[in-house]
Design a protein around this ligand. Sequence first.
Ligand SMILES: [Zn+2]
Length: 381
Amino acid sequence: MLADITFMASDKLEGRTFGSKGESKAADYISGRFKKLGLKPMGEKGTWFQSLTVKTPNPHNVEFAKEGEEDSKTDKNVIGLLDHGAPYTVVIGAHYDHLGYGEFGSLYSGPPAIHNGADDNASGVAMMMELAQRLSNEKEFNYLFIAFTGEENGLWGSNYFCKNPTYDMSKVTAMINFDMVGRLHENKLAINGVGTSPAWPELIERSNVFDFTITSSESGIGPSDHTSFYLIDLPAIHFFTGAHEDYHKPSDDVHLINAEGMGMITDMVSKLIKMMDEHKKLEFTKTKDPDPSSTPTMEVTLGVLPDYLYDGVGMRIDGVREGKPAALAGMQKGDVIIKLAGKDIKDIYVYMEALGTLHKGDKSTVVVLREGKEMELQVQF
Ligand SMILES: [Zn+2]
């Protein structure tokens, strides 16, 4: 896995942003690995690739277009199948794009610099390929491996695949997504989307052989590609080792990867898959979501990095982006937001809901806990 991450997160690939040469190099590398692993190409027309073209790239309202259209950009998903002639198929996915030189989405404020994205998300792609190897003798299921493009822009690759699948989706029993799995720390693991099937909690508990402290969230709607699969009514979960100082910065490099931790998570996932019933499709359930339509169309931002692994009351801030409303109001890393826009903030989902009610130009009082003390701060959006 480290060898794969080392290649994908090297400067040669220039941060793998959607439509770039670097991302194309990464796609060639992944398809080469898929071929060596004995997978079957499952993209368009017998190739490894599924191209998608996006018109006037806009993260909030993606409009797919024809290749070559004016103001459009094209890139591709990489898709391979491990076919065991089994009745059902597990989709295993990870996005391989990242932020390039930090033109958008970066939390770094210096001059343009390559964002290598070792954890985000070379780690997930490497884990996906490791599983392709380990599952070659696990004949209970077929396995469809997808490296998604355009995740950082707004889940473009997975959104496009789910609307235009190159595989018979009626055979798919579940989707497992890896996004940022390279920084296991203090044995803490987050698993999102556990409400998408009644089977997940027990499968997760039984496969947790390393006694990870697991923070799970129910919602099928989250900040990564499993969301696209949930939205077509498939059970979908997301493995995540948490945000960190180097998140969306040029310093997200390979030497900070916890390879041993990745091995442990891979073991857990292999066990979990083995425990899934090969004769029955996993039951799907809709989850209670913060209004999904408000999530991707947020009009304002605080400019903070949420701590997804925080399980106390409130929304803990893991980082503050310079020059943005939170920073200007004096918020700091470690603050826990407990009140925003007149709402008690119980968790990150209520936080997102509250944020969704605000508009550009609004002022709001935010209450944070700092070292156990409540503080009121005035935020201008
Ligand atoms: Zn990511």
